[in-house]
Design a protein around this ligand. Structure first.
Ligand code: FES
Length: 99
């Protein structure tokens, strides 16, 4: 059952696919993860699930509830690591040839 504090996980976001796997993006403890968009029960689309309080996700197919840690622990999960924005000036200077 939905609660007032629940949110849609990301059904309006564009598809994120790498290889044969579709992902959904999750934030947990300040880190971003790409988690397989397939429920551990019967592969329901987690992207169409609900983000509940207590870092739990409710699958839309059979309404089983999973903790985000459980979903992140799957071997297909990718952790997104922020990269600094490239400083083009510094890059241009490093490419200069000394005579
Ligand atoms: S497929 Fe997700 S609860 Fe069954």
């Amino acid at each position: 059952m939905n609660t007032l504090s629940s949110n849609w996980l990301g059904n309006s976001l564009p598809r994120i696919v790498q290889g044969d796997i579709e992902y959904v993006i999750l934030c947990y403890n300040g880190d971003l993860f790409l988690v397989e968009n397939a429920c551990p029960h019967r592969s329901g689309s987690l992207k169409h699930g609900l983000y509940l309080t207590g870092d739990r996700i409710e699958c839309p197919m059979h309404h089983k509830i999973f903790h985000v840690e459980q979903l992140i622990a799957r071997p297909t999960t990718l952790r997104l690591i922020p990269q600094p924005i490239c400083d083009n000036k510094a890059e241009d200077q490093s490419n200069e040839v000394e005579n």
